[in-house]
Design a protein around this ligand. Structure first.
Ligand SMILES: Cc1cc2nc3c(=O)[nH]c(=O)nc-3n(C[C@H](O)[C@H](O)[C@H](O)COP(=O)(O)OP(=O)(O)OC[C@H]3O[C@@H](n4cnc5c(N)ncnc54)[C@H](O)[C@@H]3O)c2cc1C
Ligand code: SF4
Ligand code: SF4
Length: 770
């Protein structure tokens, strides 16, 4: 049984790539960080490409030029392409500016291997500012950059931290010297912090993290540690240069590297030209050999003869420097965050208790608002009083709706979607985002707000449901709360509308996201029919064609809030194998919903058996006498605690899709459907630069890059088609589409979701990148 569950877990969620996102500074489009006066640019902003580095440096300086400045100069840290482009722009704008460099100008490029080919992608992009890159090999690139920056003075100095003293900014250098700054632009790239193995002997001189010239290692025993492209490319270069190479990688496969690099290395290993050690780690480095160990059980392997070790296990943003300087990194929380989060959760718990007539109802009932809204409206004057008195007027109908707490909740919800949706459309200008956001807003505003709160009750008061088909439909869908005689005599209840118009939510929110139209005391056949068709016919068909996002990204109200209010919070979703296991919370809730469905049906079939009472206790938390007694019931745990309190409370901690990714039972069902879907995000592999931007913006925690850089269609069932990865990819690698089970493309979406592709479509054709 356990083995079966394990296979199911792997098939559904845990078998997908699950790489994590490296921490980068939190900044706006101009590079402005949380520390006033401190900006970042270049590789630190996330895209490791020369043209983006040039562009971001210049834009940061332009933003600085528009800020109030002290008499101290702008200090630029790092004389790489970004820092030098920024310095040229500062000179052009007449800003006093000093550049500090730890090693030598363009040090990162100087350290590229000899004759390394250079790809200046995207070809259609012209970076802001004066500095240009056009060369196709390293040496020419350095020549052209040095020529263009002649005359720019660069001071030697390794910045240790940025400080604020008496409200003034200063940079402290490694030698203890300080220099006051009006603003600081951090352009130190990501080459500073090479990841370390953390093993004895790593400090030996033969250990390095750069390969300048493979020919230097001819005839020597070289160990390369790493499983990414740099390690695999270095290993190949070394083999071809005549070195005896051992490649050590902790993983079972090369999940992060390009498929062609992985294939080339495997080929060399098969041919006996390279010693490939997978699921192995370096345990210690000695002067004449290296000790290896198995990753699985830690058992020591043999000692391998060795002259040189290349540790190519990746680079990190200079996290320590940024933290010392107070710059917040993506995913970092504010020191007060736990307090704010706790307060938000408590407030949300109170809000949902209020909205759902919960455990504190005795306290809430004391407040006159919102039950007194009709009287307040009537008090505005005679015309208002007449309108309110006549429920057949629009205002009269609305006044009754306004007595209910859910009216105000839904109004605020809809307004938030409208406001933040507008901002999303401004921020992400693609036809896809515009159409998707508009659809989400219209679904929320019309069937999920105006229909139950205004249109249906108003039609009812105007007699549309008094006889004939209208009455038959209304009786089947929105049962009356009052007797037939009162309905016929138009005696309306004082507390609200005479029919259950709120059931109209069920037109959009399907079982088991909305269980209330199915889990009724008597079977409501119309809703059972609608629910069955939605959940087991329409949604599966849509998911098979367009993926789970057809519902989660284009229809659902939870998705609407996540894509609008949550649009700026995407990078906060945690990634990694551990978090992929949390995805199974939804499967547990789905199982609970099916169990309750079985109990509900049994209780219908055996009235008076006590099963109905048991159902109420487990579903709504109510005892036989109708009192709320069970806070651990489905409604209070799944709907209120997870759907409301945790789902919304964690928006600013773990992004807007916490509920959708981890807990929603309908999403859990759609994940199963999605495993049979043709939907995929199709990558154009040669353009992928493995920058990880796509993974970092995915608020469903998907490791998009691991698919893209291996040329595999992305078919993780968690995808909600938000388009953030497609939109953010700097080289326009990704496209929505459909593929066969063998991965062959059936069709690609025509609705443009990538601004890079849109530009390319409008301009000359673009060659593939490095
Ligand atoms: C092997 C490799 C191949 C690449 N190939 C390509 C390619 O073909 N095409 C492409 O578009 N891009 C390529 N890139 C990416 C490109 O090199 C980077 O995007 C670009 O160099 C980033 O510029 P930057 O100014 O942000 O950082 P960098 O160029 O890294 O410059 C940072 C500078 O800051 C200095 N510094 C570091 N710490 C401090 C400190 N504390 N104080 C003062 N100074 C400091 C460093 O010495 C360095 O000079 C490649 C990168 C690598 C590593
Ligand atoms: S469209 Fe991209 S970013 Fe959005 S959920 Fe799917 S994979 Fe993640
Ligand atoms: S698909 Fe695009 S965003 Fe993702 S790693 Fe590749 S280049 Fe970067």
């Amino acid at each position: 049984m356990l083995a079966l569950l394990g296979r199911y877990a792997r098939w559904l969620h845990t078998g997908w790539p699950a790489g994590r996102v490296e921490p980068l500074p939190e900044c706006d489009a101009d590079g402005r960080t949380n520390v006033p006066g401190v900006f970042v640019c270049g590789d630190l902003t996330g895209v490791p490409l020369l043209k983006f580095a040039l562009d971001s440096g210049v834009r940061a300086v332009r933003a600085i030029a528009n800020e109030p400045r002290s008499e101290a100069p702008l200090i630029i840290l790092g004389a790489g392409v970004s820092g030098m482009a920024a310095a040229l722009e500062a000179r052009r704008l007449g800003l006093a500016c000093v550049v500090y460099e730890a090693s030598e100008p363009f040090a990162t490029l100087v350290n590229f291997p000899r004759h390394k080919p250079i790809f200046t992608y995207p070809a259609a992009m012209t970076p802001a500012g004066e500095l240009r890159v056009a060369a196709t090999v390293k040496e020419e690139l350095l020549d052209e950059l040095r020529t263009q920056t002649t005359g720019l003075e660069v001071q030697r100095g390794r910045a240790e931290r940025i400080e604020r003293r008496d409200g003034r900014l200063q940079v402290r250098f490694e030698d203890g010297a300080t220099r006051a700054a009006s603003h600081v632009l951090v352009a130190i790239g990501r080459s500073g912090d090479h990841r370390r193995l953390g093993v004895p002997g790593e400090e030996l001189e033969k250990v390095t993290n750069r390969l300048h010239d493979a020919a230097e290692f001819r005839g020597r025993d070289v160990l390369v540690a790493g499983g990414g492209d740099s390690a695999l490319e270095a290993a190949q270069a070394l083999v071809h240069a005549g070195a005896r190479v051992t490649l050590v990688h902790r993983g079972r496969e090369f999940a992060r590297a390009r498929a062609e690099n992985a294939a080339a290395v495997q080929e060399l290993a098969r041919a006996g030209r390279l010693d490939l050690r997978l699921e192995t780690r370096v345990q210690a480095i000695h002067s004449a050999d290296v000790e290896l160990a198995s990753v699985a059980d830690g058992a020591p392997g043999e000692r391998v003869a060795n002259d040189a070790v290349l540790t190519l296990i990746g680079r990190e943003a200079p996290v320590a420097f940024l933290r010392r300087s107070g710059v917040r990194l993506r995913g970092d929380s504010h020191p007060l965050a736990p307090v704010v989060l706790t307060a938000a959760l408590v407030l949300l718990a109170l809000l949902y208790d209020w909205k759902s007539n919960g455990f504190l109802e005795a306290q809430w009932a004391r407040a006159a608002w919102p039950a007194d809204v009709p009287q307040r409206l009537a008090g505005l004057g005679a015309w208002w009083a007449a309108q309110v008195a006549d429920r057949a007027t629009l205002l009269g109908t609305l006044a009754v709706s306004m007595k209910s707490r859910s009216f105000w909740y839904t109004l605020v919800y809809t307004t938030v979607i409208a406001w933040f949706g507008w901002q999303r459309v401004q921020r992400r200008r693609t036809p896809y985002v515009t159409r998707q956001t508009l659809t989400l807003f219209l679904v929320q505003a019309l069937p999920l707000f105006l229909l139950p709160e205004l249109l249906l009750p108003w039609l009812g008061y105007r007699g549309a449901f008094d006889h004939g088909t209208g009455k038959a439909l209304a009786d089947a869908l929105f049962e009356p709360y009052v007797s037939a005689a009162d309905l016929a005599a138009r005696h309306w209840p004082d507390w609200g509308h005479p029919r259950a118009y709120w059931r109209a939510y069920g037109f959009i929110l399907a079982w088991p996201l909305n269980v209330y139209n199915i889990f009724t005391h008597e079977p409501r056949w119309a809703w059972i029919g609608i629910g069955f068709v939605q959940t087991f016919v329409l949604i599966p068909l849509a998911v098979l064609r367009w993926g789970k996002g057809a519902y989660c990204g284009w229809i659902c109200s939870c998705g609407a809030l996540a894509e609008t209010l949550g649009d700026t919070q995407r990078t906060k979703m945690p990634h990694g194998p551990g978090w992929n296991r949390v995805n199974f919370v939804g499967q547990v809730f789905l199982a609970a919903a099916f169990a309750l469905l079985a109990l509900r049906v049994a209780a219908w079939l055996m009235p008076g058996s006590g099963l109905g009472t048991a159902f109420d206790l487990l579903m709504e938390g109510k005892s036989a006498s109708g009192h709320l007694v069970n806070p651990l019931s489905y409604k209070w745990v799944v709907d209120v605690l997870f759907g409301g309190v945790i789902g919304v409370g964690f928006y600013f901690k773990y992004s807007g899709r916490v509920w959708c990714r981890f807990a929603c039972p309908l999403a859990a069902l759609m994940h199963v459907y999605a495993r049979f879907s043709r939907f995929a995000i199709v990558p154009e592999k040669p353009k992928c630069i493995s920058c990880n931007v796509c993974t970092s913006v995915c608020h469903q925690g998907i490791d998009v890059m691991a698919f893209a850089n291996r040329g595999r269609p992305m078919q993780d069932p968690q995808c909600v088609r938000c388009s953030a990865c497609v939109h953010s990819c700097p080289t326009g690698v990704l496209q929505f589409g459909e593929v066969t089970s063998a991965g062959q493309i059936i069709r690609l979406d025509t609705l443009m979701a990538s601004p890079v592709r849109a530009r390319e479509a409008a301009g000359p054709p673009v060659p593939p990148s490095r």
